[in-house]
Design a binder for this molecule. Sequence first.
Ligand code: ADP
Ligand code: MG
Length: 327
Amino acid sequence: MTDAVLLSKVCRHYGSVKAVDGIDLAIGEGEFFALLGPSGSGKTTCLRLIAGFDSPTSGHIEIFGESVDGVPPYRRNVNTVFQDYALFPHLSVIDNVAYGMMVRGASKSERLAAAEHALEMIRLPGYGTRRPAELSGGQRQRVALARAIVNKPKVLLLDEPLGALDLRLREQMQEELKTLQKNLGITFVFVTHDQGEALSMADRIAIFNEGTIIQVGRPEDIYRRPNTRFVADFVGSSNVIPVEFAGLSSQHQWASLRPEAIRIVETGGKQARVVSLNYLGNSTRIALDVEGTRLHALVSSYQPLPDEGDKISVDWDPDDVRVMEGE
Ligand code: ADP
Ligand code: MG
C-alpha cells in the first residue's frame, strides 16, 4: 500500500540550528498519527515541510507516492489547522469555511452546500451567519476544522489544535476529533506536546527530540516499551532502574518499570520499606525503598494501604521491565 506521507532523510537546518535533522517516517493512509515531543523538538517544522510552507535543506518528501519537492502548498492535497485558528474576523462563519473554495473558483451554490455540510460534520449546523467573535473558543476551533475539511484534503495536518482550550473542552474535542477522523477516513498528522493527548488519540506516535525521531510505535508500545530513557521520562513517569537490580543481564545499563506495574503482595516478591504515601484520589503513589533503590508504585486507593515506615513485599511481572538503549 502507498504511504500517505513519506519522509526520507529529511533535514531542515537554519544556519547552525538543526530544527529537523535526518527524519525517516512513513505514515499510512487513514492513520491518526501523532508527532509528540517537547517544545523546540522540531514538530512544527516537520509539519510545515509536509504542508509545503517550508522546504527541506536536504531529503525528500512524498505524498501518496508522488514527490512534492518544489510543489506549492495548494497543490499538495493537504490542509493545515493551526493552533491560533487564523479565522477571518470580518467574515461570517460560512464565508470563512467556504473561503478556500471561493479562491479555487467554485460556484456560490457549490460553496454554500459544501460549507453547510462541513458545519454539520463538526456539529455547528446553522451557525453560518455568525462572526468568529460571537463564538466560544471551542466553536472557533471547530470552524477552523470545518474550513480545513471542506476542501476534502487527503491528509489533514493539525498543529497543537487543542492547545488553547481549557481541560474539559480539550477532552471533549479529543473525542470529537477522533470521531471526525473515523467518519472522514482521511489521514491525520497531529502535533502535540501533551503525552496524554497523543496516547489517547493516535493510532501511532513518533517521539521527537532535538530534531530527530527517537521512537515510533502504537501508544501501548511507546508506553510499555520505551526504547530510551528520554521516552520513558517524557511519556508517563517511569522508574528507571539498573538492569542488574531487575535481575537481567544486558549490554545496556538501565531498564524502565512503570509505577502501576508494581503490586503489593502478601508472599514472595521483594522486601520494601514505605518511605511516603501520596494520595491522588483514585490512586495513591507510594515511594519505596527496595534494597536501597528508590521505586515509585501507583496503586488503587480502593485497597488496604500500608503506612509510612511499614515493611511490605512488592512484585511485578518481568515482562513489564524494559531494557533501554543509551546511558
Ligand atoms: P516544536 O514545534 O517541536 O516546538 P519547532 O519545529 O517550532 O519545534 O522548532 C524546532 C527548532 O527550530 C527550535 O530550536 C526553533 O527555535 C528552531 N526554528 C524553527 N523555525 C525557525 C526559523 N524560522 N529560524 C530559525 N530557527 C527556527
Ligand atoms: Mg510547535
